[in-house]
Design a protein around this ligand. Structure first.
Ligand SMILES: [Cu+2]
Length: 112
């Protein structure tokens, strides 16, 4: 039991360090990782005007397509390829992968 508590606080400590480093490198870094046929996080909240970057960490190609064409669609992203948009007007943007339409995600854009 004591060991488990020690281990958990170690994990917590290392996450805390990572957050600080990310903040120092650029505050407005909104990244969505595509891995195992999922967008992570599945729902991302950003402010209007911020950049959002998807990166594909799967061996399969994936795309990012807005359901209501609220932003340009990506080309097919190969492994480790990135796709970036700038969040537009406030609202809820849903998107999917046109290769695997069951892969969906949501971006909530708030007023900046
Ligand atoms: Cu896909």
């Amino acid at each position: 039991m004591l060991f488990a508590i020690g281990f958990l606080s170690l994990i917590h400590f290392s996450f805390g360090q990572g957050d600080k480093e990310a903040g120092a490198n650029g505050a407005n870094k909104n990244q969505i990782v595509i891995k195992d046929f999922h967008f992570t996080p599945e729902t991302l909240t950003v402010k209007s005007g911020e950049k959002i970057t998807w990166v594909n960490r799967d061996e399969e190609p994936h795309t990012v397509v807005s359901v209501e064409k609220q932003f340009k669609k990506s080309s097919a992203l190969d492994t480790d390829q990135e796709f970036t948009i700038t969040a537009g007007a406030p609202g809820t943007y849903t998107y999917f992968c046109s290769v695997h339409p069951k892969m969906t995600g949501t971006i909530i854009v708030e007023k900046s």
